[in-house]
Design a protein around this ligand. Structure first.
Ligand SMILES: [Ca+2]
Length: 349
């Protein structure tokens, strides 16, 4: 009797579990069918990572590599000198120097890591869709920011901006900008930094001749692999396209302004493959690797070793999974093809 009762209870529990499992399955399918289907594929784990909360988007919180930091700043950083009209200032102008990185707010954690790397100086400002990290205190620029870039050199045309900017900061430290002559000297140098002089300065100082921007030449040193990953985190992209004909292609690319063609050639030399093409209509130039073998053997090998760490990292994982599927010819089976279509849906979202 006791045995019969135990058996009957067990049977009911099994029944209940079964009903509950069906209920759960139906509700998952209704809420997010693609998630449910994806759970049957190996790519699921990568997919999960791409969807995980913002806090886990930074890959392993370890000390940032200094060359990675420089690479990222080469892509996304800005060194600027700002003039603001202020009646209460002696010469009517306030001058400030700023080191700035302005990103989409999905990279907030990455910027926090940068602030930590730069000894906590500067501040992070959250805006509606973007986030910026900026350092404006002269002593922080002199003691923390400048020494970093003197040790770990910028490789892009931004290296010119940095040199001119540093020159301005030296003037400011010596307080030369408080005389009219010094102020005009600063304006002249500013004329060669970034986008040159804004109209308000040209109009206020019509006699100041903007300095001629020095020519940019990349350094002769070969690129540091961490620099390449940092630069890719900023200016690189991983994308996959599926043509109407059904052909699937995966591309790793870095697009730059045409003035940085020499840098792209250096990047091409670093990987030892790929091609550079002009996108003349946009004044842009692009380095691309689209051969599956090259992507699989060289590009993935690089980024598996020198990892991305910001919001591009989960994207990279999806891209990698797709390249693996293409390299193993899995896309020729209906199941493999479906897997790629699901993964692609999550790419660059
Ligand atoms: Ca850029």
């Amino acid at each position: 009797m006791v045995r019969f009762l135990t058996f009957s209870i067990t049977q009911n529990i099994v029944k209940l579990c079964f009903i509950f499992a069906i209920f759960l399955t139906v509700s998952i399918i209704q809420n997010s069918p693609s998630e449910f289907l994806l759970s049957f594929f190996p790519g699921f784990f990568y997919y999960k990572e791409s969807n995980s909360s913002e806090s886990s988007l930074v890959n392993e919180s370890k000390q940032l590599d200094p060359s990675y930091v420089t690479g990222f700043v080469d892509a996304e950083g800005c060194f600027s000198i700002i003039f603001q009209k202020r009646e209460n200032f002696n010469l009517g102008w306030q001058v400030r120097a700023e080191f700035l990185i302005h990103l989409h707010n999905k990279d907030t954690n990455l910027l926090k890591e940068f602030q930590g790397f730069f000894k906590g100086v500067g501040s992070i400002v959250l805006r509606k869709d973007s986030v910026l990290y900026h350092v404006t205190k002269l002593e922080d620029l002199v003691n923390v920011i400048i020494p970093h870039f003197e040790k770990y050199h910028l490789e892009s045309a931004k290296s010119i901006d940095f040199l001119l900017w540093k020159q301005c900061i030296n003037f400011m430290v010596a307080k030369e900008h408080l005389t009219l002559e010094g102020l005009e000297k600063l304006i002249s140098i500013k004329g060669a930094i970034n986008n040159g002089l804004p109209d308000k300065l040209r109009q206020a100082f019509p006699n100041v001749i903007p300095m001629v921007r020095p020519n940019y030449l990349p350094s002769k040193n070969s690129l540091n692999p961490q620099w390449v990953s940092g630069f890719t985190e900023g200016d690189g992209s991983f994308y996959v396209s599926i043509k109407n004909t059904g052909q699937i292609s995966a591309v790793f690319s870095i697009g730059l302004n045409i003035r940085e063609k020499l840098l792209l050639e250096k990047i091409k030399l670093f990987f030892g493959l790929g091609r550079i093409s002009n996108k003349s209509s946009l004044n842009a130039i692009c380095y691309e690797v689209s051969s599956i073998t090259d992507l699989n053997l060289i590009i993935l090998n690089h980024f598996n070793t020198f990892s991305l760490i910001g919001a591009k990292f989960p994207n990279y994982l999806i891209f990698r999974e797709i390249v693996y599927l293409l390299a193993s010819k899995s896309h020729l089976t209906p199941e493999g093809r479906m897997k790629i279509i699901f993964l692609k849906e999550k790419l660059n979202k």
